[in-house]
Design a binder for this molecule. Structure first.
Ligand code: NAD
Length: 415
């Protein structure tokens, strides 16, 4: 079978939504392509004084509902097509949870695990300087994604501010708190995910106490999701990272596994656990499966072996359209990425609002606002999926694409 890319998946999803919405053919065509794609060559001095040359890009999908918003990813296999897909998903995601943003994504093809902190700082600053003209609090506001973090965002903010000549905290989100970051941002995507799982479990009458959870990816989203689900009484039976996974019938304590990962570099070889592959993790017998690593994980090839009742997509694009259909037919409740992991961008929006108004909200206020927004969106998607007799992905896409299409119609095309 031909391996699907994130972009072929995103375009197929858009086609399905366009068909259901009976979208104008011109608007469908316009939404297939990003408004702007910046391709840059990021050249830096390496620690050994050689010159490192890295491919970087920023894809700005559409901004009819507000400034572009989206993460920056550092990954050795990053392609421009992946970034275009991720940017498109950001556009739908912001519309579904009704944020005044469009969608973007950026990144650099590099292996951060093989680079020093100094090299990563030079890489980040050079990248920001190359796309600077197209960034800004009212143009395009980056955030963290795979293999970038709070520190990366601090460098983004500082470079942008240095080039402007004054401090502009609202130019980026996901920053450390001491330079204008929001309370709750680090855990936001995972908390939003957990809130969606809570609501889905209520609908399915699934008791979360002792529910078995498997999590693929043990980074920001995966680790925090495992911790929150653990604190809700779930049993975390399997977790994994890029080196492989571990399984334990009795459940693991995520913070202990995190300490082990910090010491050894991976979750594997943790005491009293059996090492498993990432493929085996997806096939684990569990109530809730959380893919929280990369795209294209649940496909036509392995969907028959998925044994979870709920699949909650922490990652962006982990399931192909073919697998979506098969899961729906099997009666699996799939909470789609563009809803399930929107907590990250929701709290990024709160961070931006706090920066623009020079305020700092307490954690309880941030989390309460997040809960309000994401639970409202969850039930809007639920209601539409019941009306359309569709899966939640189709309903979420219809909601997101529909809102963006409506904004295009209202604004019209200039000139
Ligand atoms: P991260 O860099 O913090 O963690 C990524 C994790 O995935 C690491 O544990 C890594 O070892 C693991 N991984 C990498 N390749 C893997 C593979 N082939 N198989 C299994 N595990 C692998 O990244 P993150 O911020 O947690 O992002 C994870 C996913 O969540 C991405 O799809 C991202 O787009 C999405 N997401 C992130 C945020 C956010 O705010 N950080 C918000 C919404 C969605």
């Amino acid at each position: 079978m031909v391996q699907q890319t994130a972009l072929t998946i995103a375009l197929e999803q858009l086609r399905l939504a366009a068909e259901k919405l009976e979208l104008d053919a011109g608007i469908h065509e316009l939404l297939k392509k990003p408004k702007r794609t910046l391709i840059v060559s990021v050249t830096i001095k390496m620690d050994d004084c050689s010159i490192g040359v890295f491919n970087g890009c920023r894809v700005q999908h559409w901004d009819v509902r507000g400034p572009f918003k989206g993460g920056i990813r550092y990954h050795p296999d990053l392609t421009i097509d992946d970034v275009a897909a991720l940017a498109m998903w950001m556009t739908w995601k912001c519309a579904i949870v009704d944020l005044p943003y469009g969608g973007a994504k950026g990144g650099i093809a590099c292996d951060p695990k093989k680079m020093s902190q100094e090299e990563l700082e030079r890489l980040t600053r050079r990248y920001v300087s190359l796309i600077f003209d197209y960034l800004g609090p009212h143009r395009d506001i980056p955030a963290p994604d795979v293999y970038t973090n709070e520190q990366t965002m601090a460098w983004v903010m500082d470079t942008y501010s240095q080039l402007k000549g004054y401090s502009v905290p609202e130019s980026v989100t996901g920053k450390p708190i001491e330079v204008g970051g929001s309370e709750g941002r680090v855990c936001a995507a995972s908390l939003g995910l957990a809130l969606c799982i809570r609501e889905a479990a209520k609908l399915l009458k699934l008791n979360l106490k002792n529910a078995k959870v498997a999590v693929q990816g043990f980074g920001n989203v995966g680790y925090n999701a495992a911790s929150i689900m653990h604190s809700l009484g779930c049993k975390i039976v399997a977790v994994s990272d890029s080196s492989g996974g571990i399984y334990c019938e009795d459940g693991i304590n995520p913070s202990d596994v995190q300490a082990h990962k910090k010491k050894t570099g991976s979750v594997i070889n943790y005491k009293n656990c059996r090492n498993i592959t990432n493929e085996e993790l997806l096939q684990t017998e569990c109530d809730i499966l959380i893919p929280a690593a990369l795209q294209n994980q649940i496909t036509g090839d392995n969907v028959d072996k998925i044994r979870a009742k709920i699949v909650a997509e922490g990652a962006n694009g982990p399931t192909t359209p073919e697998a979506d259909k098969a899961l729906h037919e099997k009666g699996v409740c799939l909470i789609p990425d563009i809803l399930a992991n929107s907590g990250g961008v929701i709290v990024s929006y709160f961070e931006w609002v706090q920066n623009l108004t020079r305020e700092h909200w307490p954690l309880a206020e941030v989390n309460a606002k997040l809960e309000n927004k994401i639970v409202k969106a969850f039930y809007e998607v639920q209601k539409l999926s019941r009306k359309e007799e569709s899966d939640m992905r189709t309903a979420a896409l219809m909601l997101g694409v529909g809102r963006v299409a409506q904004a295009i119609k209202t604004l019209g095309l200039w000139p």
